[in-house]
Design a protein around this ligand. Structure first.
Ligand code: ATP
Length: 585
């Protein structure tokens, strides 16, 4: 497909904020695409619509082009001085929009200034797959002379692009392409455009939750139709979207789940989805990326102590003291997040694996089986040792018993508990935060009984001791329906000097001069940030707020707890969860 057709689609999508209009634009686009030769690029089109270069279960290639180089290329391309480009960039806040603006202006002045490179008259049209192969080339260009090589490649790409195409090309290169359509909107567009029936969205979504590569799922839909989508199953090597837990006031848990139900310790570690195929063990993170290399010891525990050839299991890996008597907090475990010296660190920081679910056993899917059956099967196939066991659980018949178990969990250093339904319909709901699992973290003090994960979207410079770093950040929550980040609170406490310095450095790559379009925030920070980094905060209570009118809620006395590197911006607490938390106070 011609990149220009895609750029025009993006532009149409960006010109509206209405979900129904977006669905219509997308479904028309998919309908036309279905019978054309251009369908070959469908997976790439889907990833780019999701604002990614590749599927979310794959590590995106690092293209390694800084804004400075882009400005240099744009200056050579347009004949406009770098200082002028920088000025426009400050006003527009986005390098793609800046480029489109500059080039369109130049075009209208073309009769006055005949600039050399951007002669769109003799522009060859660029195909999407060419962009991919060129970016791939850039990502492997390293070492001496790489700057000039990359600059050359970028300029030759630009020569083939119109101003509109350059806008999107630069946003793809800088990972800031987000045209504002949520995955839910894409799913609706696919159902209507490719099957003619909106109700089929449910099946496409279910398939996507089991095999979360929307490019692959769409290709399957195009090539084999909706019946093939309905048959998509959980498979070895492809991580399933995680089932998540909701929150309700603890007194209502028993009503929601019915009596009795099970409660388990909510361990303070990292979630792992474990795919065992004989002696080959793969571990996937909460974000569904493969992290087997990080935990060679866990791979061995599984190889040696899971009594079946093949299985997909879920559990939490937790840092342990050397005697395997005490679980240590997540901060200790996070030191294992490294590429080098993994063996040394696995000795220095031993870990334990605590299993809590089974999704596939040999070829038999367990996700549609009730939870007690899954737990029983798990008990049967694990040889329990210090380093691998099932998570502690208890059958609960009353709120009193629940509170007792909760206190016990907290005393032993856990985050809290997760209450789980054991009814006949207690299936594993992949990708869903429903009410079959309810978490209870409970915080002494304030009314807010749980922590909240926010994305950092803005920052204020510190004063006094905090001079030179940011002293306060604006945290936002995520609205999945509209694919927007809603500002929620200013966080000024709980930071250590070390964290503040670390974050200041980390944030440099995400600093932008203008509020990104996917952020709703009426508070004006000294520095806007691209929504990338997620942190956990606690606070006193959620209040109705005028300060953040778009969301309408805020948090009193927020306190930073920790950075959440295992969470992406879309894994932050959602706007609906904030409403739930508010009404449960
Ligand atoms: P949190 O911020 O609380 O870690 P989350 O958004 O990752 O939350 P939740 O649904 O809120 O997900 O809580 C489930 C998380 O709790 C899982 O992702 C997992 O890492 C962790 N966990 C710890 N113990 C258990 C358990 N016994 N059963 C399920 N999940 C558990």
């Amino acid at each position: 497909m011609k990149f220009n057709d895609l750029a025009e689609l993006f532009s149409r999508l960006e010109s509206t904020s209405k979900r129904l209009e977006m669905i219509e634009i997308l479904s028309d686009f998919f309908k036309k695409l279905k019978n054309s030769r251009e369908i070959d690029d469908i997976d790439k089109i889907i990833y780019l619509l999701q604002g990614q270069l590749v599927s979310n279960i794959k590590q995106a290639p690092k293209i390694g082009i800084a804004e400075k180089m882009i400005i240099e290329a744009l200056s050579l391309h347009s004949g406009v001085e770098r200082s002028k480009i920088k000025e426009v960039l400050i006003k527009k806040g986005d390098i793609g929009i800046t480029a489109e603006y500059i080039l369109s202006k130049k075009k209208t002045q073309k009769s006055l200034f005949d600039f050399s490179e951007n002669s769109s008259n003799n522009k060859e049209s660029l195909e999407i797959h060419e962009i991919y192969s060129t970016l791939q080339k850039m990502s492997i260009t390293e070492g001496s002379g790489s700057h000039d090589k990359k600059l050359g490649i970028l300029r030759s790409l630009m020569r083939k692009c119109s101003a509109l195409e350059i806008n999107y090309l630069l946003r793809i290169i800088t990972s800031t392409l987000r045209v504002g359509v949520s995955t839910l909107t894409i799913l609706d567009g696919l159902a209507i455009g490719l099957t003619g029936d909106k109700d089929n969205r449910e099946f496409i979504e279910k398939a996507y939750n089991l095999q979360p590569d929307l490019g692959d799922i769409t290709r399957l839909l195009v090539e084999k139709g909706i019946d093939a989508i309905k048959k998509v199953k959980i498979s070895y090597g492809i991580p399933v979207k995680s089932m998540l837990a909701s929150r309700v006031p603890y007194g209502e848990i028993i009503e929601k789940l019915g009596s009795p139900f099970t409660a388990e310790y909510k361990l303070d570690g990292e979630r792992l989805q474990i795919h065992k195929c004989g002696n080959n063990v793969k571990l996937f993170s909460r974000r569904l990326l493969e992290i087997s290399d990080q935990y060679p010891d866990v791979c061995n525990f599984v190889k040696d102590n899971v009594k079946t050839e093949n299985a997909i299991l879920e559990g939490e890996v937790v840092a342990m003291d050397i005697f395997y008597e005490k679980m240590l907090p997540f901060q200790i475990l996070s030191r294992r997040r490294r590429k080098y010296d993994v063996e040394d660190f696995s000795k220095e920081i031993p870990v334990g694996l605590f299993l809590f679910d089974i999704l596939l056993l040999e070829e038999e899917s367990y996700i549609d089986k009730p939870f007690p059956l899954r737990r029983k099967k798990l008990e049967e196939i694990i040889i329990e040792k210090d380093e691998i066991k099932l998570v502690e659980s208890k059958l609960i018949h009353s709120t009193e018993e629940l509170l007792e178990f909760f206190q016990d969990a907290r005393k032993k250093g856990n985050e809290g508990i997760i209450a789980k339904s054991i009814k006949a319909d207690s299936v594993y709901q992949a990708g869903n935060r429903g009410f079959l699992w309810i978490k209870m973290k409970g915080l002494e003090g304030g009314k807010l009984k749980d922590s909240v994960d926010v994305v950092l979207v803005g920052a204020f410079y510190g004063r006094g001791r905090r001079k030179g770093v940011y002293g306060t950040y604006i945290g936002a929550v995520y609205d999945p329906l509209n694919d927007k980040f809603e500002a929620f609170t200013r966080i000024a406490s709980g930071w250590t000097d070390e964290i503040m310095e670390f974050l200041k450095k980390e944030m440099e790559q995400y600093e932008v001069d203008k509020k990104p379009k996917d952020i709703n925030c009426e508070d004006i920070p000294d520095q806007w940030l691209l929504p990338k980094v997620v942190i956990e905060i606690i606070g006193d209570e959620i209040t109705i707020s005028d300060k953040f009118p778009s969301l309408g809620y805020s948090l009193r006395f927020p306190v930073f707890q920790r950075i959440r590197p295992e969470k992406g911006p879309k894994d932050a607490t959602t706007t609906d969860e904030i409403k739930q938390l508010y009404s449960s106070q």
